[in-house]
Design a protein around this ligand. Structure first.
Ligand code: ZN
Length: 346
C-alpha cells in the first residue's frame, strides 16, 4: 500500500534517514526506463522534467549514481560494496532515448546504460511490437475481427484507451511467438487490416544509429546488448536464442569502444521470457551478468543472495512519491515493520 504523503515526508526527512540509511545503504537500486514523452517523436512515456527533478533529488539525498558495470564489479566481488548506489538503464535504443533521455543524464553528469537491440540501431529492423502498434494506429475505426491460426482477437480502437488496450493485447500475444511466427502474424494482421507497412520506419519507431551511439559513448553513456531483434528468448529454438545473444554482443563490440559486459533480457521475466538455457548462453558469450525486469533491491551486503545473471530492476516511476518510496527503501522498511524481514545491521 502507498504511504500517505505526510508519513512519507517524515520517513524521508533527514533525522529519520540518518538512522535508517545506514541500515539499507548496501541495497543498490537499478531503474529501468523506456520511451520518453515527446511531441517531436509522437511518443508517450517518461516526463523529461520529472527525470531531471529525480536526478537533482538523488544528489541532495546523498545517493550515488554509478554505472551498470560498476555495480556488477561490486556484485562480482571485484570492488567494495558501493553505499547507496543507484543505476539507470534505458531499454531498446529508440531515437527519443538518445535525443531526450541520454541528454538529460549527460546534462546531470550521471552515468546511464542504454540496452540496445542491435538490428534496430543498425536501421535494418523495426520491432514486431512497433509494427503492430503502427498497423492499429492507422486502421479505420471499425476494424474486422482479427484471426490468426486458431486465435481470434476482438479489438475496439474507437477511443485512445481502446487503441492502447488493443495494441497491448496483440503485442502480448506476439511476444509469445518465435520471431519467424511473429512475422507471419504481422503479415496476416497487415492483410486483414488492409494496411501496408511503409518501407522506411516512421520516426516514432526508429532506432538511434551507431554514429549517435559513438558520440554518446564519448559523453559517458554506456551501451549493453539487448539481443538482435528482441524476441522472448524462451520462445526461440536453442540455436536462434544463442545467436541473438552472441551476435548482439559481437555487434556491440564491433561498434563501440567499451561495450558493457552485462546482458539485458527482452521483456525480462525469469523463467517466462528466458530460462536457465538462455542464462547459460549469456555466460558462454562472456557476459559477467544479466538484468531482468522484475522489481527488487540488490543486496550488496549479502552477495550470496544475489543472482548475478538475473539482477532485478525497478520500473522508473511516474511521480515523486513512488520514486521516494523506492529510493528510501520504504518497501524494505515496511517488510521489517511487519516482522517479515530484518534489515542488515552488520
Ligand atoms: Zn526491451
Amino acid at each position: 500500500m502507498v504511504l500517505k504523503k505526510k508519513l512519507l515526508d517524515i520517513v524521508c526527512s533527514e533525522p529519520i534517514q540518518s538512522v535508517v540509511n545506514p541500515l539499507y545503504k548496501n541495497n543498490a537500486i537499478v531503474f529501468m526506463l523506456h520511451r520518453f514523452a515527446s511531441e517531436k517523436f509522437s511518443t508517450e512515456g517518461h516526463d523529461p522534467a520529472f527525470l531531471s527533478k529525480c536526478l537533482d533529488y538523488l544528489k541532495v539525498s546523498g545517493r550515488k549514481v554509478v554505472s551498470l558495470d560498476e555495480l556488477f564489479q561490486s556484485i562480482n566481488g571485484k570492488s567494495e560494496p558501493i553505499d547507496n548506489a543507484v543505476v539507470f538503464t534505458i531499454d531498446d535504443g529508440f531515437l527519443d532515448q538518445a535525443e531526450i533521455g541520454a541528454r538529460i543524464f549527460c546534462d546531470h553528469d550521471c552515468p546511464v546504460a542504454i540496452c540496445v537491440i542491435t538490428e534496430l540501431v543498425a536501421q535494418r529492423y523495426w520491432l514486431a511490437e512497433s509494427r503492430i502498434a503502427f498497423l492499429l494506429e492507422n486502421a479505420t475505426l471499425s476494424i474486422p475481427e482479427i484471426s490468426f491460426e486458431s486465435k481470434q482477437f476482438y479489438v475496439d480502437i474507437k477511443s485512445h484507451n481502446g487503441l492502447k488496450a488493443a495494441i497491448n493485447q496483440l503485442v502480448f500475444y506476439c511476444k509469445s511467438l518465435p520471431l519467424q511466427k511473429a512475422e507471419e502474424f504481422i503479415a496476416e494482421l497487415s492483410a486483414q487490416l488492409g494496411i501496408n507497412l511503409p518501407t522506411q520506419t516512421p520516426l516514432k519507431y526508429r532506432g538511434m544509429n551507431w554514429e549517435m551511439i559513438k558520440s554518446l559513448e564519448k559523453k559517458g553513456v554506456s551501451f549493453c546488448a539487448h539481443t538482435e531483434k528482441h524476441p522472448a528468448l524462451s520462445a526461440e529454438l536453442p540455436q536462434r536464442a544463442r545467436e541473438e545473444i552472441f551476435n548482439s554482443f559481437n555487434c556491440l563490440k564491433d561498434n563501440t569502444a567499451n561495450p558493457s559486459q552485462i546482458f539485458c533480457y527482452p521483456t525480462g521475466r525469469p523463467a517466462v521470457d528466458y530460462t536457465a538455457r538462455d542464462i547459460q548462453y549469456v555466460a558462454d558469450a562472456g557476459f559477467v551478468g544479466g538484468i531482468s525486469a522484475v522489481p527488487g533491491y540488490v543486496d550488496l551486503k549479502h552477495l550470496e543472495s544475489v543472482d548475478v545473471f538475473s539482477v532485478p530492476r525497478f520500473s522508473f516511476p511516474g511521480n515523486m512519491r513512488d520514486f521516494k518510496q523506492i529510493i528510501h527503501h520504504v518497501e524494505l522498511m515496511k517488510d521489517w515493520l511487519r516482522g517479515l524481514k530484518n534489515p542488515s545491521m552488520s
